[in-house]
Ligand binder design. Structure first.
Ligand SMILES: C[S@@+](CC[C@H](N)C(=O)[O-])C[C@H]1O[C@@H](n2cnc3c(N)ncnc32)[C@H](O)[C@@H]1O
Length: 208
């Protein structure tokens, strides 16, 4: 008699942040092979769910700092019995800069990163030259880096940091809508700002 597939539980979905000064092998977290993608700041997990459901062959990691959103994303992935998603509660900047092996990523998704609007807080923004330099070592050749923001001035910073890099090709005809699943209606922040008639700035890059 064929065995029933094992039910996915919260402890299958949640992965612990690595101890200081250790590298991780993200592939060891999954039972099946496939491309590996990461979403930073996944919030309540809407994009992660859509992308993972539509692409069961893709292995996904969502990173979320806020414990309330982290827990709700983990619960959501377990309710949907997704075997190809893992979620970690950590500071994504530290995780990316210190714990990942080179050329491990097939795609990086960052949607509505915190804009830190006050000038004295701009240094807390994720998309800066040092972060981009590290991300470029993690992306495989041909990997995608997709971002979007509702914040005009942060959009200018993203364009300035990533737009002129010789190791990235900017794709002006791609966005989250092309990679999310068929039922995609937008991230929570995208929906909120679209209702307020704020323009959403989309970015897509391919690692050369
Ligand atoms: C503005 S919300 C956007 C959430 C979701 N991507 C969306 O579009 O609806 C930014 C999210 O990123 C998370 N976040 C910000 N900085 C982070 C960091 N360094 N590491 C992990 N998560 C972070 C926040 O907790 C928050 O849930």
């Amino acid at each position: 008699m064929p065995l029933e597939p094992k039910a996915v539980t919260i402890s299958d979905i949640a992965v612990e942040p690595p101890p200081e000064a250790t590298m991780v092998d993200p592939m060891a977290w999954y039972d099946t092979p496939g491309p590996w993608e990461m979403e930073i700041g996944c919030g309540k997990g809407g994009f992660l769910l859509s992308r993972a459901r539509a692409n069961p062959h893709i292995r996904m990691l969502g990173i979320e700092w806020a414990s309330k959103y982290y827990r709700s994303t983990v619960d959501r992935m377990a309710r949907w019995q997704l075997t190809n998603v893992r979620v970690m509660r950590t500071d994504a900047k530290i995780f990316v800069m210190r714990h990942l092996p080179p050329q491990c990523l097939d795609a990086l998704h960052i949607y509505h990163p915190d804009p830190w609007p006050k000038k004295r807080h701009h240094k807390r923004r994720l998309i800066q030259h040092d972060f981009a330099n590290t991300v470029l070592t993690l992306l495989k050749p041909g990997a995608l880096w997709l971002l979007q923001t509702d914040h005009q001035e942060y959009a200018e910073q993203i364009q300035a940091v990533l737009g002129l890099r010789s190791d990235l090709t900017q794709l002006f005809d791609q966005s989250i809508a092309d990679v999310a699943g068929p039922e995609w209606q937008g991230t929570n922040f995208q929906i909120k700002y679209t209702q307020q008639d704020q323009p959403i700035h989309h970015f897509a890059f391919r690692r050369k």
